[in-house]
Design a protein around this ligand. Structure first.
Ligand SMILES: C[S@@+](CC[C@H](N)C(=O)[O-])C[C@H]1O[C@@H](n2cnc3c(N)ncnc32)[C@H](O)[C@@H]1O
Length: 272
């Protein structure tokens, strides 16, 4: 179940009981001191450091296992990022890295920023659902972003964390939901999600993305059931194909061989 909540995350989190979600996975706004990422949200004003301290403390209260807090250190926020890491040094159990294989190049000889941090906080060490899980993940960046929100999380990155560090039916909290990537991953992996977003427009877009995702999955299931049903019928009709009739290897509309029902049949002399 996806539980969408509109409002300031600090206010809404107050209504959540302690240790009521298994994992928190979230990305606060960047604090780039210019509004080049969001059409709806103002990323310029306010005390960004103070806001993060309050949010992380509240996330630690409502979360049973780990808080995974994604930050990209930039020219404007990096002093605050390193201050946050210092402040929460006792709660931080690891810092995972997202390496971008095709980051936006820096100008001239300046260093291209190719990483984002996923700060893992909690009272016990993080354990994965599989062996040999590294604390680094490498992917390309999103090939495009909606014009109203240019800070949408890469689906594969969110999936990596949620798949490896939670179980089916767990509840994951994203208190800065944005365009809802966390909610979509939870929907795909049979996890519950509480998604909080300050801006109604973004929350609506999240809801629409999740609805579309559900629709596409349902259509895919119907298509698969139809294909399975056809395959079954074809295997029955296979029995009645006379053995001396050579197959012309005609494929039906679903791409299956009319004789044996196999999608990959390339045998011009298939006899079923
Ligand atoms: C970096 S984006 C999150 C992107 C998200 N991970 C996604 O995949 O789309 C940060 C989001 O936090 C929202 N936001 C900012 N302050 C907030 C607050 N106090 N409470 C809830 N949401 C807030 C912004 O509107 C923005 O959509």
């Amino acid at each position: 179940m996806i539980d969408f909540r509109l409002g300031d995350c600090l206010e809404i989190m107050k209504t959540l009981p302690s240790k009521s979600v298994e994992l928190s996975f979230t990305s606060p706004p960047y604090n780039r001191k210019r509004n080049d990422k969001y059409q709806e949200f103002n990323d310029i004003n306010g005390d960004w450091y103070e806001m993060n301290v309050n949010v992380i403390n509240e996330l630690l209260r409502v979360t049973k296992n780990h808080v995974i807090y994604n930050i990209q250190a930039n020219y404007y926020n990096r002093a605050d990022v390193y201050k946050l890491i210092g402040l929460f040094n006792k709660e931080i159990v690891d810092i995972h890295i997202w390496e971008k294989s095709n980051p936006m190049p820096a100008s001239g000889k300046a260093i291209t920023n190719a990483v984002e941090y996923f700060i893992v906080l909690g009272s016990k060490s993080l354990k994965s659902n599989k062996t040999y899980t590294k604390n680094i993940i490498t992917t390309s960046v999103n090939s495009s972003m909606p014009k109203e929100h240019k800070a949408v999380m890469k689906y594969e990155v969110a999936k990596h964390f949620i798949k490896n560090f939670t179980q089916e039916n767990d509840t994951i909290l994203d208190c800065f939901l944005g365009y809802g990537t966390t909610a979509i991953v939870c929907d795909d992996l049979n996890r519950n999600c509480i998604g909080i977003e300050l801006k109604e427009f973004y929350l609506d877009m999240s809801k629409k993305r999740v609805e579309k995702n559900k629709r596409e999955k349902a259509e895919e299931q119907i298509k698969q059931a139809f294909i399975d049903g056809m395959k079954e019928q074809l295997s029955i009709s296979r029995v009645v194909v006379p053995k001396d009739t050579l197959c012309d290897n005609n494929k039906n509309k679903l791409g299956m061989c009319n004789c044996c029902g196999d999608n990959n049949c390339h045998d011009d002399f298939c006899r079923g």
